[in-house]
Design a protein around this ligand. Structure first.
Ligand code: NCD
Length: 304
């Protein structure tokens, strides 16, 4: 029984296989329509979600399986004070696989230690979000055909943005990936990510506060939302929330094959007028997330 709590729980070879499976699902969806017949996925969401929860659910339905779960802590026994451990032991009696999102860093890891079935981390606080990274990797792979040799700009809330942390971890395993970290000084990438990941692996990176200055060199621009729910103080959020707003004029010096990504939801970081630019990939990214979750469910349930 295998859980995925961190993107590094999957080897590079396994990620290559998941991408190949997702590509095959896209090409031959009918082949997969009954693969999870009789299986149940439980979605345990203690934090808000649109894409992650619904794409997990759509993924399971498209594999012929069923879905149970809850979408807010208030409607579960967590509201009565039940521990994660007891909740997950209970749910493993009903479901074959669990996707869990929780505001506390490490909660899905604790759950995986108590669960009788695989647990997938669907986002834990400001820490990790491995299945968003799978969506991101499929997007990059389908757009660029490779990971190596890319210059990746990560822009916005690099401090609390869990999608950024997981994506850096994933890309750190490929050759010659360069990172440009674009954020206000208050929202820079956590020190542990710089020392434990970027510096330990001798990756090239630089930090800047200026998106337009960085634009010309980027192959990927990964925009993120300022994570309001992780701030201690609303005034700081309000001061920082509009630090970066991508508009068509800011793309004038960008590469013609730039890939613009965002895990969504956006709350102003990308103007609607960018959506018609052929370089905007964020809605493809949403769709690809479903296919990668299908591939991951098949893998963890060991369905051939
Ligand atoms: C992200 C998350 O939950 O971390 N959303 C998502 O899953 N697509 C990004 C965010 O909330 O800003």
């Amino acid at each position: 029984m295998r859980s995925v709590i961190d993107i590094l729980d999957l080897t590079v070879e396994e990620i290559t296989d998941l991408i190949a499976t997702a590509d095959d699902i896209i090409a031959n969806p009918a082949k997969y329509a009954e693969k999870c017949h009789g299986k149940k996925l439980a979605t345990l969401f203690f934090e808000p979600s649109t894409r992650t929860r619904l794409s997990f659910e759509a993924a399971m339905y498209e594999l012929g399986g069923h879905v149970i779960g809850f979408s807010e802590a208030q409607s579960s026994s967590a509201a009565k004070g039940e521990s994660i451990a007891d909740t997950v032991r209970t749910v493993s009696c009903y479901a074959d696989i669990i996707a869990m999102r929780h505001p506390k860093e490490g909660a899905p890891l604790v759950a995986s230690m108590k669960s009788g079935v695989p647990v997938i981390n669907a986002g834990d606080g400001g820490h990790n979000h491995p299945t968003q990274t799978l969506a991101d990797l499929l997007t990059i792979h389908r757009e660029k055909g490779r990971f190596s040799g890319l210059t990746v700009g990560l822009c916005g809330d690099l401090k609390f943005g869990r999608t950024v942390h997981s994506l850096i971890n994933a890309l750190s395993r490929y050759e010659d990936v360069r990172f440009v970290l674009i954020s206000p000084n208050e929202l820079v990438l956590p020190e542990y990510m710089k020392t434990e990941v970027l510096e330990r692996k001798n990756l090239t990176y630089r930090e800047t506060t200026d998106l337009e200055e960085a634009m010309p060199e980027l192959d990927i621009l990964y925009m993120t939302r300022v994570q309001r729910e992780r701030f201690f103080n609303e005034a700081d959020y309000i001061r920082l929330k509009d630090s970066y707003i991508l508009t068509p004029d800011k793309l004038l010096n960008a590469k013609s094959d730039l890939c613009i990504m965002h895990p969504l939801p956006r709350v102003g970081e990308i103007a609607g007028s960018v959506d018609d630019d052929p370089r905007a990939c964020y809605f493809k990214q949403v769709l690809y997330g479903k296919y990668m979750r299908m591939a991951l469910i098949l893998k963890l349930l060991e369905v051939a």
